[in-house]
Design a protein around this ligand. Structure first.
Ligand code: CTP
Length: 404
């Protein structure tokens, strides 16, 4: 989604300046054209040549380079850019901008630009906690500047506390959020993700190959587009997205309870989780010993989606159909059986589709039996088309009026 975007990356002088090299790499890898502006003190930490080489663009370090004719185009970027991100943002640059001081190129640019500005602060814990920094940030937020919360951990000075530059992934997410349309504003979407785990004994469990990638991508993209998101997730190695409330669970029953407890005000539920249909009828309290033949008795788990479909206050319901054969027939049957509004069907045996990979091939089927086919796409793009479809179907319904 960053293809063709113009990003200005401001780097101020802190030890975390080296991390903005990683941010630059990620931005360019995802298709953005990045122009870097460094403060003088930032150049003490990382050489401008590093940023110049990786961005493929000249780096501005000094207000006086404005007078070099070759740099004039760079100035015009302040109005042409899509977003300006300052990472790391030191207490000094935050203080200058909050108080209207424009004495270097970066602070001048921030004052001159009308594009969204995102600060990713990084500083010593006590500086971060100081009243003056917090007051400056509160003032800037009031003026519509955007802020990342710094992370907690061991800082360069050896102190443990808040003040580390936020994770690059989190900054990337926020950049994408600021560049996305707010077309899901007002929606509260509950998304389930990942597998469930049903214990057999303290060491073993029944589970499946779901990685959680589809649900986590849906949650990230929905938040970016302005939705309030609750992610109910089974065990998954996926990283949490900044700004999303995650409710962790293991078993299908725990997932059902977690969903139930978080339904207040939810307008749509997307059940991307691969819920185990069965659980061991008995759970051994001790590790089962290898001793001749062993058979496992199973009992059914609740069907969470079908339960939601039976509610009188049913939210807009999206189910997944991970099939290995007769994909369409099964998907259509599932819509009826579980009273769904829409189903996302994928053949988990197709190359590039299914559980562990980063891509998926889906078909979307709605209650009217309309089916839309999509090509192989990244799970991030798939998340986008699923959310587009939810908006489309909800709008159609609004136009049609209530069904009698
Ligand atoms: N699902 C659920 N609770 C379960 C099992 C599945 O909520 N106990 C949801 C999944 O999250 C998914 C949808 O139901 O959105 C379809 O899952 P699947 O296991 O393919 O559906 P089943 O109805 O179990 O179909 P099948 O007849 O293929 O077993």
């Amino acid at each position: 989604m960053l293809q063709g975007k113009e990003i200005l990356l401001g780097v101020s002088g802190g030890i975390a300046a080296y991390k903005s090299v990683l941010l630059l790499r990620e931005l360019t890898k995802q298709g953005a054209n990045v122009n870097v502006i460094m403060t003088q003190s930032a150049t003490e930490f990382v050489g401008p040549l590093t940023f110049q080489t990786l961005s493929g663009n000249p780096v501005t370090t000094d207000i006086f380079t404005l007078f070099a004719s070759s740099e004039i185009g760079h100035v015009a970027l302040a109005s042409r850019a899509d977003l300006l991100v300052i990472a790391p943002a030191t207490a000094n640059i935050i203080g200058k901008i909050a108080n209207g001081i424009a004495d270097d190129f970066l602070s001048t640019m921030v004052m001159a630009t009308r594009v969204p500005v995102l600060f990713a602060p990084a500083m010593n814990t006590n500086m971060w906690a100081s009243l003056v920094v917090q007051k400056n940030i509160a003032n800037l937020k009031e003026m519509n500047y955007h802020f990342m919360e710094p992370a907690e951990g061991e800082l360069a000075c050896g102190v443990i506390g808040r003040g580390k530059l936020a994770d690059i992934d989190a900054i990337m997410d926020e950049i994408k959020a600021l560049l996305s349309p707010d077309d899901l504003k007002g929606e509260k979407i509950l998304i389930s993700a990942g597998p469930t785990e049903e214990a057999i004994d303290p060491a073993r469990c029944l589970t499946n190959r779901s990685s959680g990638k589809m649900g986590y991508n849906l949650a990230a993209v929905a938040r970016r587009r302005g939705a309030e998101v609750i992610l109910v997730a089974g065990p998954s190695a996926e990283f949490e997205t900044w700004g999303i409330e995650v409710v962790h669970c293991n078993t299908a029953i725990e997932m059902a309870n977690a969903i139930d407890a978080n339904l207040e005000g939810v307008t749509s539920v997307i059940m991307a989780a691969a819920v185990a249909d069965f659980r061991p009828a008995k759970q051994a309290s001790e590790k089962i010993k290898r001793d001749g033949n062993y058979s496992l008795e199973l009992e059914p788990n609740p069907d969470i989606l079908a339960g939601l479909g039976r509610r009188s206050d049913k939210p807009f319901l999206v189910g997944f159909a991970a099939e290995t054969s007769k994909l369409l027939a099964h998907a259509k049957d599932k819509i009826k059986r579980k009273n769904l509004d829409m189903i996302v069907a994928n053949d988990v045996t197709a190359p590039g589709a299914g559980f562990v990979v980063d891509t998926n091939i889906i078909k979307i089927i709605d209650r009217d039996g309309q089916m839309t086919d999509f090509p192989l796409m990244s799970k991030e793009k798939v998340a986008g088309v699923i959310l587009d479809h939810i908006i489309k179907l909800k709008n159609q319904r609004r136009l049609r009026g209530p069904v009698s």
